[in-house]
Design a protein around this ligand. Sequence first.
Ligand code: NDP
Length: 313
Amino acid sequence: MNEHVKCLIIGSGPAGYTAAIYAGRANLSPVLYEGMQPGGQLTQTTEVENFPGYPDGIDANMMMSDFRAQAERFGADIRFGVVTSVDFSGHPHQVVIDESTTIEADTVIIATGASAKYLGLPDEQKFAGKGVSACATCDGFFYRKKRVAVVGGGDTACEEATYLAGLCEKVYLIVRKPFLRASKIMQERVLNTPNIEVLFEHNTLGLIGNDGVEGARLVKRKGEPDEEIVEIKIDGFFLAIGHHPNSELFSRYVTTDEAGYIKTFPAETPCTNIPGVFAAGDVADPRYRQAVVAAGSGCKAAMEAERFIAEHK
Ligand code: NDP
């Protein structure tokens, strides 16, 4: 017989754990599957300085283990495992773990987060962990007094370039358009930092190096009469070209926008188009992508799950 649970939570970032804390306190005996990256995206970071309640900042991994301990204190059953398929066509909802165990759930909270995007160059894989990174705050430390490049022209790219400029000798910002998309204040910060050089209208063709990144080959003004190949000497190559939501597993059932973010109805709630299925955190948030916002949406999702169960007794 399949296991039956009242509330199944998928994902272990701030959204998933907060949902587990609230669902546990509401006596829903939540079961949470951690997924491939226990603790979520924050475990890739070093210190968190903007989560309220920690005036001196906190180590990100420590914060996530505190989230976990708090969820366990209220009875959340936290399990290692990856959801491999779902069936939301009937009720209760069916969720398959590791292609083997099927769980029936009255309510499901999707809190699977988002993952960094890559350019899709073979060299990104070749140099993974050897000079290619999608998280400056996690890996910047390894490039102290070295030369690095950041790809992207949005707020993330500008933030990462500025952060790296404080550590590195030189930072190139590789921007495919002739302008930055980032907010004015971030643009100004980048343009006023002497060791950041913005390479507008440049695209990356590949990386150079043997055991690690030693340089990048770029094309300037691709397709224009003055197109030019440019090589830069770098030790680190950081991607900051956005994220994609981890919603593929659910998109057969739940409505998503064109970028794959799960849509909620009304927008300010965590309710998806499927009764009893809720979405919390970055998987449904193309705009804010902040731990504190994700935690808040996890709280909302657990409250909606509790309400749904009460109404369908
Ligand atoms: P964005 O989608 O805003 O920006 C992505 C950047 O990457 C764009 O400049 C885009 O170029 C570029 N890009 C995308 N694909 C490629 C590619 N294949 N090759 C080269 N360049 C590429 O993502 P962000 O992660 O920067 O930001 C996401 C959201 O989070 C935004 O709303 C942002 O404001 C917010 N944010 C806010 C922060 C803050 O307020 N402190 C910090 C970080 C993020 P193009 O412009 O040509 O499309």
